[in-house]
Design a protein around this ligand. Structure first.
Ligand SMILES: Nc1ncnc2c1ncn2[C@@H]1O[C@H](COP(=O)(O)OP(=O)(O)OP(=O)(O)O)[C@@H](O)[C@H]1O
Ligand SMILES: [Mg+2]
Length: 274
């Protein structure tokens, strides 16, 4: 009888820890490292709409790997370690802070609908929103007090999430501008690693950003899938192609003494906002 596998010392192969809508997360030999596998599955409207986008996983793995490597190079701590195949990357395992950070440079999607404004309206200052990361509840919006009162995040974490998100936004605006794309809005997730350090986690891709062609305003992101605009695969590939074409170009980021000045302390912006 082949019971030997029960007592074998052989290393246990990768185990699926979590399967989400867009990615699978596997264990590795290192407890502090997980393997993320990007799928072609696409969902929208809290998974009410489902489909697949061919090669989305390949594109998002490549886009996210490129951007996280670049963000690391400007001093942002991320979970990213290494892209290991077309669809897979190794990342530091983190405990995800259950806050989805939404950064909005222009009105679109639920924000435009909520406030009854036109999509594309410029937002000054840039709007940073928190949502409670809970699929069961549909990721409801929350303010600082809610996050703290419910033990979802500490005031210090919110401060850090805000500052990091502004720097990431500054970088992405300039990086995508080089690629002829306007960053309308995007979602970030952060986590705490084994050493207690806060790191940018999850992904940045056309699934999690709204990207409009700078010239035509054409949507180059998951809205093509959400709204049945067609040319979904082509748009994802085009984003990757442009990012690759402009890799290494100078990034023109605004100088900021204190990121918090940007929005959190509206008084710091001067009289008109006070
Ligand atoms: N470095 C990391 N360590 C551990 N978990 C991570 C890391 N980066 C991302 N995650 C988590 O892995 C999962 C990725 O899967 P996916 O993006 O498919 O999830 P999802 O369907 O969007 O669902 P949800 O994000 O609501 O859990 C997410 O839960 C994400 O928060
Ligand atoms: Mg996700």
């Amino acid at each position: 009888m082949a019971y030997h596998h029960l007592v074998s010392d052989a290393p246990i192969g990768p185990e699926l820890i979590y399967e989400g809508k867009a990615k699978q997360v596997f264990t590795t030999d290192d407890p502090d490292v997980v393997l993320v596998r990007y799928k072609d599955d696409a969902t929208a409207f809290n998974a009410q709409k489902r489909g697949t986008i061919q090669d989305k996983g390949v594109v998002n793995n490549a886009v996210s790997a490129m951007l996280y490597e670049e963000l690391e190079s400007i001093g942002i701590a991320t979970h990213f370690l290494q892209r290991v195949s077309d669809r897979e990357q190794l990342v530091r395992r983190v405990s995800i802070v259950p806050v989805e950070v939404i950064v909005r440079n222009r009105a679109a999607g639920t924000f435009a609908a909520r406030y009854g404004v036109e999509e594309g309206l410029e937002l000054d200052p840039t709007v940073v929103e928190w949502c409670y990361k809970s699929d069961a509840l549909g990721d409801p919006p929350m303010n600082d007090a809610t996050a703290v009162a419910l033990g979802i995040a500490t005031p210090e974490q919110l401060e850090a999430l805000f500052d990091l998100s502004i720097v990431v936004n500054d970088y992405l605006l300039a990086r995508f501008a080089n690629a002829g794309l306007d960053v309308i809005d995007f979602k970030l997730e952060f986590g705490v690693d084994a050493a207690g350090e806060l790191r940018l986690a999850d992904e940045i891709s056309p699934d999690t950003c709204r990207l409009w062609d700078s010239g035509s305003g054409e949507r180059m992101d998951k809205d093509r899938f959400r709204r049945d605009l067609g040319g979904v695969e082509e748009a994802y590939h085009e984003v990757l192609r442009r990012l690759r074409e402009t890799e290494g170009e100078a990034i023109d980021m605004p100088a900021r003494d204190d990121e918090r000045e940007h929005v959190r302390d509206l008084d710091a912006l001067g009289g008109e906002h006070a």
